[in-house]
Design a protein around this ligand. Structure first.
Ligand code: ZN
Length: 389
């Protein structure tokens, strides 16, 4: 499991404790100056931070689309899966596959030009590539099928309908259910005109699903005509992608507890909780498979530069998951903790307790709490602690 929240800086430098007073008068406290892993898939701390930011970005997109008189739709695409299906290749396997495919393309160019090709090396590489492809799982196939959904002449034509496609944003969601890994896509499609969902579903939606299903079939998977897809109109704050990320943040922080299990199976964070709780060999093996296959994959992807929803919505360059995870919140005031103090808090497992004291009683209360325990600290300069480079 991931280690998150490492201290950065020299041996004597400790993190800081910051307190923000919210608009409603409540306080939020957080530690700053820590290095985070940035994994939205396996780290509850980073997942919440990143999901909160993505929700803000997508809410800005929804507002921008509506202000222009446009409309947004949530398209869900699923695939049939079985208990034994693999989740997907590891990062190393994916890199190797991509490299071998590039070299195959190079060879084809060489052959077309009549240049020399090392036949034996080529054959060995083809065998290796075939082996990797045979190990591909649902997530790898999903990437391939989504590329098929958003390319080709039909898609290009469909992108000009309803005043023109403003762009799309796509998330991948995975749950672990009775039938194995359930990997699916939620995509936000934004059009310039305000159109009815039925109209979009009957044309563009049905054609997107058709390409999705045919691409899955080419890779030995398939999708149900009846239950394989769903398209509905998205309103800001209900059933859109911003709402989705808000729910993810709540789920990870435990706000929704064990709900939702009966519907779509366990979320990975619920799987982790089960593995830690029960030590069941099956859950632990499942979590390891999850860690390996999810590593390095993107949760949220946007349509390309010609249909850029971020620019349309006045959002700047997209921060990576890692960058968001390492950002410190703007704090009104901060305490700087010494390395010894931080070490004591960690060993005694009382980091959260101190945050709660700071939220209840402010920095003065936190300072008193530390003094009572003989823990060294100092008032740091107010403001932002720069993220590590
Ligand atoms: Zn983390």
């Amino acid at each position: 499991m991931q280690q998150c929240g490492h201290k950065i800086g020299g041996p004597d430098a400790g993190p800081t404790l910051g307190v923000i007073t919210n608009k409603d008068g409540t306080r939020s406290a957080a530690y700053g100056g820590l290095k985070h892993c940035g994994s939205v898939w396996t780290c509850p701390v980073c997942a919440v931070k990143v999901a909160t930011r993505r929700a803000d970005d997508l809410a800005a997109v929804m507002r921008a689309v509506h202000e222009r008189g446009g409309s947004a739709f949530m398209l869900t695409l699923t695939m049939r899966h079985a208990r034994g299906d693999r989740l997907g290749l590891s990062t190393i396997e994916r890199r190797r596959r991509d490299l071998l495919e590039e070299r195959r393309a190079d060879r084809e160019v060489a052959e077309a030009n009549g240049w020399d090709v090392d036949e034996r090396a080529a054959e060995a590489e083809e065998i290796e590539l075939g082996g990797i492809k045979a190990r591909e799982g649902c997530w790898d196939v999903l990437g391939y099928a989504w590329a098929a959904v958003t390319s080709g002449s039909t898609w290009v034509k469909d992108s000009t309908l309803f005043g023109g496609l403003l762009g799309w944003a796509r998330v991948v969601e995975v749950t672990d259910g009775a039938n194995g890994w359930h990997v699916h896509v939620h995509a936000l499609l934004c059009f310039a005109d305000d159109v009815a969902a039925e109209l979009v579903a009957a044309g563009v939606g049905a054609r997107m699903f058709g390409r999705w299903r045919r691409a899955l079939e080419r890779r030995g998977f398939d999708a149900s005509d009846e239950h394989g897809w769903d398209l509905r109109k998205a309103q800001l704050g209900e059933g859109d992608l911003a709402d989705y990320f808000t729910k993810v943040a709540h789920e990870v922080t435990g706000a929704t507890g064990k709900q939702g299990r009966s519907r779509g199976g366990r979320t990975p964070m619920q799987l982790l909780a089960d593995a830690v709780d029960t030590h069941r060999a099956e859950d632990i093996a499942r979590w390891w498979e999850w860690e390996e296959a999810s590593d390095g994959r993107r949760q949220l992807t946007w349509s390309g530069s010609s249909r850029d929803l971020r620019t349309l919505s006045g959002l700047g360059h997209e921060a990576t998951d890692e960058e968001i995870a390492d950002e410190d919140q703007e704090a009104d005031v901060r305490l700087s903790l010494t390395s010894d103090t931080w070490g004591w808090l960690g060993a005694a497992d009382r980091e959260v307790e101190l945050l709660e004291v700071a939220e209840r009683c402010g920095l003065a209360g936190a300072s008193q709490w530390l003094e009572e325990r003989g823990l060294r600290h100092a008032t740091a300069q107010a403001g932002r602690i720069p993220a590590p480079s």
